[in-house]
Every structure is written in structure tokens, then in C-alpha cells.
Design a protein around this ligand. Structure first.
Ligand code: SF4
Ligand code: MG
Length: 337
């Protein structure tokens, strides 16, 4: 399948009047394919939400896409989102129309003063020539599809009248109202209890099958990745340090940060190993203090001579598996010597 969205060499800078620029995202390459889910994984502040917001051109004023392209195969042909003005018609034809986003907190996209039915109707009418009555029938069908019981009555409810799980379903219905080609989900299940979380993940998988949309799923939870993703990209301090097929990366993580992340998650480990949990030592440094070379140097148990000063290159591993670590090239060099 041809990719829907290809991010090439994208760097995002945060500027501030009296301090040096901070590179929040550094030379990231990502590909999103129809019908597939890419999980963007990492600790808070690693650049995953910034990356997602760049795709929608919803970056804060002090953030700037400094290099790279975001190629989108949309309804109007191929466009480079990185070159569009955030408030242009071309961008509006993509944002909320072909790409929609759901968040951890539904109240950030639902209005508290309108019923959920009215809010979903409005989006449908914005995108299709339907009468209000036809739009409401579509809204009810959508709410039904996302598992809101008694959809016809619930359409008249205000967000505060719904449980957290139902609000999340209503937000998903709203995101689907424009039949997006790409759904960006930023920690959509993080605030939910385990049972509701599992139901929402099931729902998203089902909807992806029905609609064939691509999904960019942001999470810090590797258990969620195992449930939902086809591919994974692991971010650390603005760098994608490892990416590939979920199965390949989970089976044989090659970057020390990915390895440490996996070792810190009990449910990914065999029972016998649970006693030997190894949380990652130290804290993520501030992006201001990021070393020139490998971002993980200050916490890496394997750091050696080139790590602090020289940035490791993207190294291709068997399959579509890629990682940035000097150990990979050193091993190869030694093997060739
Ligand atoms: Fe560790 Fe060096 Fe590899 Fe970075 S490049 S992960 S510091 S070994
Ligand atoms: Mg975030």
C-alpha cells in the first residue's frame, strides 16, 4: 500500500527571545499507511505530541518546523503540509476534514455548552450537503457505531452528563464525522480505567478495519502499543531512536533506551523475570542540556567514547527496523575487521 503521510527529516525548533533555540524534534522520519497504526512512544516531553501537532499545523507560536517535509497524499493530490500556512484554506481542507485528532481529555475537543449531538451534526454539515435532520440521523448512526447505548437519546446529552468512557466515545464519533484518512490519537486511553481502556482500544481497532484509516497513536504505555500498533517509533529527547514493525522491535529491541523501556514494563516480561525489574536510572535531561551526540548518553549503561559528541546515524537492521546507536555500527565495523 502506498503511504498516506511521509515525514522526512523533520526538525522542530522552540524559540525564545532571550535564550538559544531548542531542538524539540530532531530529523524525524515517519511513514503512515492506510489501515495501519504507528505508535509513537516515549516519556513525557520527548517530542511525540509536538510531532503530532506539526502534522496538523497546530504548533504553539514559539515553535517552528525548521527543516523537512510532511508529504500528505490527500484528496487534492500530494501536498507538503510543512509548507502550508497554518490558517490557510489548504490546511483547513486537511485539518478536521482528512486528518482528525482525539485527546486524553475529551473536554479539550468537546464544548461543554452544546449537546454532543449538536456538535457532531455541525461537523457533518460542514463536510457534506445534508439537512439538519439527515445530519442528525448520521450522528445517531455514528454514536451507535462507537458504542454509545441509546444513541438517539444520548445525542441530546451535554458532555458533563456522560461518563468518562462515553465522553471518549463521543469524541471519537466527532473525530470520525468527517471520515478522516488519518486519525491522530494522543494518549486517548491514559485517563481511563483498565476495562474502559481495553474497550476503547477494541473500538479503535474495529473502526480502523471499517474505515481503512491510518492511525498515529501516541502513548507512553507499551502494553497499549502491544494491543493496537503495527509499527512503533520510540522517541527520546526529540530523536526517534528506534523504529520498525512492533513484532520485530518487541522481540529484539536494539537501542539501549528501548531495551530499558521494555525491561521496566512488568506485563511484557515473562513471570520469572518480573522480580528483576530494572527501571531506567536517572531523569530525562532538559532539552537545553542535550548532548551533541546521542541523546541517551547520560542514562545509557553502555555509553562509550563516541556517544557524547557524535550523533549516531540511522542504522538499518533486518526488516524495516532502524535504530540510532553507535553500538550497532561498532559491532558491524568489528565484524568486518
Ligand atoms: Fe548508549 Fe552510545 Fe548507543 Fe547512545 S549511542 S544508546 S549512549 S551506546
Ligand atoms: Mg503529550
Amino acid at each position: 500500500t502506498a503511504p498516506l503521510l511521509t515525514i522526512n527529516d523533520m526538525s522542530i525548533i522552540f524559540t525564545s527571545p532571550d535564550e538559544p533555540d531548542i531542538e524539540a524534534v530532531r530529523q524525524v522520519d515517519l511513514t503512515l499507511t492506510p489501515g495501519k497504526t504507528l505508535a509513537l512512544v516515549g516519556e513525557s516531553g520527548c517530542g511525540k505530541s509536538v510531532t503530532a501537532r506539526a502534522v496538523l499545523r497546530l504548533l504553539d507560536r514559539n515553535a517552528d518546523i525548521r527543516t523537512g517535509e510532511i508529504l500528505f497524499e490527500g484528496e487534492g493530490g500530494k501536498v507538503d503540509i510543512a509548507r502550508l500556512k497554518p490558517d490557510s484554506d489548504a490546511m483547513r481542507a486537511i485539518r478536521g476534514a482528512q486528518v482528525s485528532m482525539i485527546f486524553q481529555e475529551p473536554m479539550s475537543s468537546l464544548s461543554p455548552v452544546h449537546t454532543i449531538g449538536d456538535q457532531i451534526d455541525e461537523i457533518i454539515i460542514l463536510h457534506e450537503r445534508l439537512t439538519p435532520r439527515q445530519a442528525r440521523e448520521r450522528t445517531i448512526a455514528l454514536l451507535d457505531q462507537v458504542g454509545v447505548p441509546g444513541a438517539r437519546e444520548r445525542a441530546n446529552a451535554y458532555p458533563f452528563e456522560l461518563s468518562g468512557g462515553l465522553r471518549q466515545r463521543a469524541m471519537i464519533a466527532m473525530a470520525l464525522a468527517c471520515t478522516p484518512k488519518l486519525l491522530i490519537a494522543d494518549e486517548p486511553t491514559t485517563a481511563l480505567d483498565v476495562t474502559t481502556q481495553a474497550q476503547i482500544l477494541d473500538l479503535l481497532r474495529q473502526l480502523q478495519d471499517d474505515y481503512g484509516m491510518a492511525m498515529l497513536f501516541i502513548t507512553h504505555d507499551l502494553g497499549v502499543v502491544a494491543e493496537i500498533a503495527d509499527e512503533i517509533a520510540v522517541m527520546y529527547l526529540g530523536d526517534v531512536v528506534e523504529q520498525g514493525d512492533v513484532f520485530d522491535v518487541f522481540r529484539a529491541p536494539r537501542h539501549p533506551y528501548t531495551q530499558a523501556l521494555m525491561n521496566s514494563v512488568p506485563r511484557l516480561q515473562r513471570k520469572a523475570e518480573r522480580e528483576r525489574l530494572s527501571p531506567i536510572k536517572g531523569n530525562v535531561p532538559s532539552p537545553k542540556d542535550r548532548p551533541q551526540g546521542c541523546a541517551f548518553t547520560s542514562r545509557c549503561p553502555f555509553a562509550f567514547e563516541p556517544c557524547a559528541d557524535t550523533r549516531p546515524a540511522r542504522t538499518s537492521l533486518p526488516g524495516d527496523h532502524v535504530a540510532r546507536c553507535h553500538l550497532l555500527t561498532r559491532t558491524r565495523a568489528e565484524a568486518m575487521a
